[in-house]
Design a protein around this ligand. Structure first.
Ligand code: CO
Length: 285
């Protein structure tokens, strides 16, 4: 067993996106701060409707997948093909933009807390132009396991706990083989998870803090993405205030990434094509 250690910490910074939604962005705040195949990680967390009410009016995507995961609050998703989805607290949406989608993501509330995440995960060249697809995942479809000192939810991939339990998340069978866990540990509790050696992996504590590599490990404060070294096992211990975190891992794609706003392709020419298609109304046709 080779334990993974922290190789880089990417603190989240406040940014504004959509029609003025206040977010914290860690991965993806600049083009060098990605972790193949992960392009962006945003956290939105506010009790103040002014921070989120404007939402994300219609906008395009091509060439990758967006994953939204809600802890509190409600979002409504709608696209140019008439697909409509209601994203509830505890639920997720896995959207494959593929060759193109034009959609809106709007809060379904005018007051109260909104807390969630959106990350972007890239597609390999041979899948960038496949038809758009969605998976709306209801909270009850996401397995939750009790472990010593906490709980774990599995959105994608397989959880294998130290005490021999396992659970498969609703998202399976993608070429990047993503693992997406939401782990909540009490003060001082430990957690370990096997992760395919060679897959990229990072942690994002959204409450409390962690030590990575056990009690003698490296500290990872909340709202900072902790990128992990190679290895086949991740081991963490929660800090004094506990540790609630996302664990994300996936198979790297290893292809050139050319991003222009909401389009992520392999070459400049493909970006120009995406812009032309969007202009002509054929992006998502
Ligand atoms: Co979008």
């Amino acid at each position: 067993m080779t334990h993974r250690s922290l190789t880089r910490i990417i603190p989240s910074i406040p940014v504004s996106d959509g029609a003025g939604v206040k977010l914290r962005r860690s991965l993806g705040q600049s083009q060098g701060l990605r972790l193949d195949p992960f392009l962006i990680l945003d956290e939105f967390a506010s009790d103040n409707p002014d921070d989120y009410i404007a939402g994300f009016p219609p906008h395009p995507h091509r060439g990758f997948e967006t994953v939204t995961y809600m802890l509190a609050g409600d979002f409504e998703h709608e696209d140019h093909l008439g697909h409509k989805g209601h994203l509830r607290a505890g639920g997720a949406q896995w959207m494959t933009a593929g060759r193109g989608i034009i959609h809106s993501e709007m809060p379904l509330q005018e007051a109260g807390r909104l807390h969630g995440f959106q990350f972007w995960i890239n597609l390999p060249a041979k899948e960038k132009m496949k038809p758009a697809a969605y998976r709306d995942i209801q909270p009850e479809e996401i397995p939750q396991l009790a472990i010593s000192g906490g709980t774990v939810k599995v959105v994608a991939g397989r959880l294998e706990t130290a005490d021999g339990q396992h659970a498969d998340g609703p998202i399976q069978g993608l070429s990047t083989a993503p693992l997406f866990l939401d782990v909540r540990l009490e003060s001082g509790a430990r957690f370990s998870q096997a992760v395919e050696n060679g897959h990229s992996a990072f942690l994002y504590p959204y409450a409390g803090s962690l030590r990575v590599g056990g009690s003698e490990g490296q500290p990872l404060p909340n709202r900072q993405a902790g990128v992990l070294s190679a290895g086949d096992c991740i081991e963490v211990q929660a800090g004094e205030d506990g540790g609630h975190f996302l664990l994300l891992a996936a198979r790297p794609i290893g292809e050139p990434v050319v991003q222009y706003g909401p389009f992520v392709m392999n070459t400049r020419e493909e970006i120009e094509q995406a812009l032309a298609d969007y202009r002509d109304g054929t992006l998502a046709a």
